[in-house]
Design a protein around this ligand. Structure first.
Ligand code: 0A1
Ligand code: ZN
Length: 881
């Protein structure tokens, strides 16, 4: 037997919660997957809850998985076993190896019991059991359960959990866990003031879906009757003062439950479904079986404190977590390399839900904008990885836009290739075949093939090859022959570890329009480009054709076409697919801005005409108009250029904004004044009007109009809702008028103590296009309300600043230094959140030598920091490579 490296019964909490040094575990490779040596059919947990010291007793029924002589290996992090019992008898022959408790066992089945004490109030990483706002809650995905107790903390070990919670009745009157409630009561006399509750979850689940909540919470209750007639008790749990802000989330939950029955045939399966909101949370929300735990920003809303964007986000995240009950919980992931199996599919499902609540076109535009803002740069940078990664140091770093959003695009492409019926047959088969198991991306694709008869062999490259494919498209017209020839060529750029790529399957929706008449020259076609190059011939084309390609963003690729400004302007007015109209306008704007950056001066005429036409088209949905007339962001313009000059990009974009503002002054005023106001209603139409109004306001301000700040301040003061108030504040925050300070002060004082709104106050200032934003951000970091301990607050200042291309990339490197300082400090508290905020420093290859050297120096400083977490080390070291 190997020597025990660490053993004892004394608990030293300060030692126990220290962040792990990054070199404790090497890279994990997908190919090293082995099935678990031991299974755990049943788990019984008893929690004696206390913020300072919680005792966890875990009893695992374990069964040997196949013929082997392996001991039982249980993961544990930050605690030590106070007792280990096998079949009820205390044993001593266990050992600790790294993060594992190794227990030798002789038989085929045993009962293994461990006892640990953990300190939730000292858990600043917010993984495992921790305290938030005086309550106790858990976060276990991906590897947090091992911070609660010893367990095979891997997603392919599915266990039935029965959980008993004991706690002080006054501090923690509400005790929740996964599954259905069994019983509850007061503890007998000597425990004084304590009570207990037991929960039972009949569905075997991996440990990352475990959850408990203990706290002083109020509930907004509802019910949902499933298609088969079962009544489910719904509860949204929040602090009592927030109860009125839960109606939107509860409504969204009911809509989600009905939608999943209607669209995917999926019913809910327990008698209760609880959702709890907490203020301190590393991500958006978590799909724990029957007990979702949410970042409060994705639950709490009322018109006075939440924008339309927040309302949409809440509905989307509530739906996302609910949909995981099938795509994630009933069928989970075999290992973390399969993360996109649940996340890509579930994002695709929540996108479909949101599209069905309002304008599908606007939803698609927003999703594509998000993909281009977050995923395309990731795929083009040092942290690029395939949708099914090959290796990782720290799995938390792989909750990325690639796994989530590109993963969703893969599912969308499969749905496009199979068609609605084939896709539904595929998902039915998947849910049926893999229910109750831990599956792989390969299993999902195989179901799609089996149900549809389509061969997706080459399509699988989407899971293994990183990088955004580029498609060159060129349309030639031979008028005399009545023929148009479309030449397509694809190229997938090299990414870290993958210098050479094979051609992918790209489903491209294509349509031709007559350049003179504007009429469609034939139906839309779905072209599957699966070669490096291909030629498509269209016959009977007598009129000069204009190419509409990748309609609806049917493939997540970059189209490089030789379409002229006139053709793009034409499509922006005549294409019959609203998404394609938007795309044409964006491409026109992008071409104009890139030319202006390179040449130092721009010809804005085509953009001005196209925007004017869009504003004048009364048949268009205002929500669509608001999206269509927005210029691409400075970062997105930067992404088009080999060398990013942040100041030149800012100048070019501001010049175009100013020109649009001035030349279309009347139309902006018209759009601003025409938008109906009236009391706040959350509806697709009202949202569209509000959005267009704020966009128009920003153009009025961009024009330099003398009354712009007055108009904005009037809107700010008159607003009966946060959308209008925030829209006005954004405009004021970008400018230098006296009204700016006044509005920021009013906003701050009005919402003092409301964390989610104060986050907006920080964020708005960090995103400002003012010249002195860097200095202001440094000051805000010293504001009494700023803290790194709350992830939302950290993101609202540091994350927003990192996204502000011009301010962050100040030539003197002050932005880089600031970010590195903050990340080094944050890493000591919360490595996951620190690592998430690092990517802006990894863009150094795209900047001039001076900036690039400054960024690298900060990355090196981070990597050299003693005691750095695995999370931040992985991101920083990969960003340097
Ligand atoms: N599965 C969740 C996301 C999530 C992942 C990790 C977390 O750890 C802090 C939290 C949440 C989802 O997709 O919503
Ligand atoms: Zn998810």
């Amino acid at each position: 037997m190997a020597a025990c490296s660490y053993k004892g019964t004394m608990l030293d909490v300060s030692q126990a919660i220290a962040a792990p040094a990054h070199d404790t575990v090497g890279p994990i490779s997908r190919h090293d997957y082995r099935p678990p040596a031991w299974l755990v059919p049943d788990t019984r947990l008893v929690f004696a809850l206390d913020a300072a010291a919680t005792r966890v007793t875990a009893t695992l029924s374990v069964t040997r998985n196949g013929e082997h002589g392996e001991p039982l290996r249980l993961h544990g992090a930050g605690q030590e076993p106070l007792a280990v019992r096998v079949d009820g008898v205390a044993v001593n022959d266990w050992r600790i190896e790294g993060e594992q408790l190794v227990v030798p066992l002789t038989g085929a089945t045993h009962s293994v019991e461990t006892e640990v004490v953990i300190a939730p109030e000292r858990n600043t990483q917010l993984m495992g059991l921790y305290a938030s706002g005086g309550n106790l809650c858990t976060q276990c995905e991906a590897e947090g359960f091992r911070r609660i107790t010893y367990f095979p903390d891997r997603p392919d070990v599915l266990s039935r959990y029965r959980v008993r919670l004991e706690a002080d009745k006054v501090r923690y009157p509400v005790l929740l866990a996964n599954g259905d409630p069994v019983d509850a009561g007061d503890m007998p006399g000597e425990s004084g003031g304590r009570h207990w509750a037991e929960w039972d979850d009949p569905f075997p689940k991996p440990s990352y879906l475990f959850a408990l909540v203990a706290g002083d919470l109020a509930v907004n209750r509802g019910t949902f009757t499933t298609a088969s007639g079962r009544t489910v008790a719904l509860g949204i749990w929040v602090r009592a003062t927030d109860i009125e802000k839960t109606h939107h989330a509860l409504h969204a939950l009911k809509l989600s439950m009905a939608w999943d029955e209607r669209v995917y045939g999926r019913e809910y399966d327990l008698d209760v479904f609880n959702v709890v909101a907490v203020d301190d949370f590393n991500f958006g929300a978590m799909e724990n079986k029957g007990l979702n735990i949410f970042n409060s920003r994705y639950i709490l809303a009322d018109p006075d404190t939440a924008t339309d964007y927040d309302y949409d986000g809440i509905a989307a995240v509530v739906a996302h977590e609910y949909f995981h009950n099938w795509s994630g919980n009933r069928i989970t992931c075999r290992d973390w390399f399969q993360l996109s199996l649940k996340e890509g599919f579930t994002v695709y499902r929540d996108q479909g839900f949101s599209a069905d609540q309002g304008s599908a076109a606007v939803k698609r535009i927003e999703d594509v904008r998000g993909l281009r803002a977050a995923q395309f740069p990731e795929d083009a940078g040092p942290l690029a990885h395939p949708v099914r990664p090959e290796s990782y140091l720290e799995i938390s770093n792989f909750y990325t836009a690639t796994i989530y959003n590109k993963g969703a695009e893969l599912i969308r492409m499969i749905a496009t290739i199979l068609g609605p019926q084939g896709f539904r047959a595929g998902t039915d088969l998947y849910f049926d075949r893999f229910d109750g198991t831990a599956a792989t991306c390969e299993d999902f694709v195989a179901c799609m093939e089996d149900a549809s008869g389509r061969d997706l062999a080459q399509f699988r490259l989407w899971y293994s090859q990183a990088g955004t494919p580029r498609v060159a498209a060129s349309l030639a017209h031979e008028a005399g022959e009545g023929r148009a020839t479309l030449r397509l060529a694809q190229h997938v750029p090299g990414t870290p570890g993958q210098p050479d790529k094979q051609p992918m399957v790209l489903p491209l929706k294509i349509k031709l329009f007559g350049g003179e008449t504007g009429r469609a020259l034939g139906e839309e076609q779905l072209v599957l480009l699966d070669q490096a190059a291909s030629t498509i011939v269209f016959d009977g084309i007598t009129e000069r054709p204009v190419l509409s390609i990748n309609r609806g963003f049917s493939a997540p690729v970059i189209i490089e076409s030789d379409r002229s400004a006139a053709e793009l302007g034409f499509l922006s007015a005549h294409d019959d697919d609203p998404f394609a109209r938007y795309e044409a306008m964006q491409q026109l704007m992008l071409d104009t801005l890139v030319a202006a950056v390179i040449e130092g001066d721009g010809d804005h005429a085509a953009v001005v005409t196209a925007v004017a036409n869009t504003l004048a088209d009364r048949a268009l949905d205002p929500a669509f108009v608001a999206e269509a007339v927005l210029l691409p962001s400075e970062s997105f313009v930067g992404d088009q250029l080999a060398l990013v000059d942040p100041d030149a990009i800012h100048r070019a974009r501001e010049a175009l904004r100013r020109d649009l503002g001035m030349r279309l002054a009347d139309q902006w005023r018209d759009a601003y004044e025409q938008a109906p106001t009236g009391p706040y209603v959350y509806s697709p139409a009202a949202k569209g009007h509000r959005r267009l109004r704020s966009v128009a306001l920003s153009y009025i301000a961009a024009s330099g109009a003398a009354d712009a700040a007055t108009i904005a301040f009037r809107q700010f003061e008159a607003a009966d809702n946060m959308t209008d108030r925030q829209g006005a504040l954004n405009t004021l925050a970008n400018g230098y008028a006296d009204e700016r300070e006044a509005a920021l002060d009013i906003f701050y004082n009005r919402y003092a103590g409301n964390g989610l709104v104060i986050d907006k106050w920080f964020q708005t200032q960090a995103l400002s296009s003012r010249d002195d934003t860097g200095r202001l951000v440094a000051e805000l970091a010293r504001h009494p309300d700023f803290t790194l301990a709350n992830p939302n607050r950290a993101r609202s200042l540091i994350g927003a600043y990192g996204a502000n291309q011009r301010a962050f990339n100040a030539a003197d490197g002050s932005g880089y230094r600031f970010l590195a300082d903050q990340l080094i400090a944050l890493d000591k508290l919360n490595p996951q959140t620190a690592a998430k905020l690092l990517p802006p420093l990894g863009r150094w290859r795209r900047f001039d030598e001076k900036r690039s050297a400054l960024m690298r120096a900060e990355l090196q400083r981070i990597v050299a920091t003693p005691g750095l977490s695995r999370d931040l080390f992985e991101q920083a070291s990969k960003s340097l490579a």
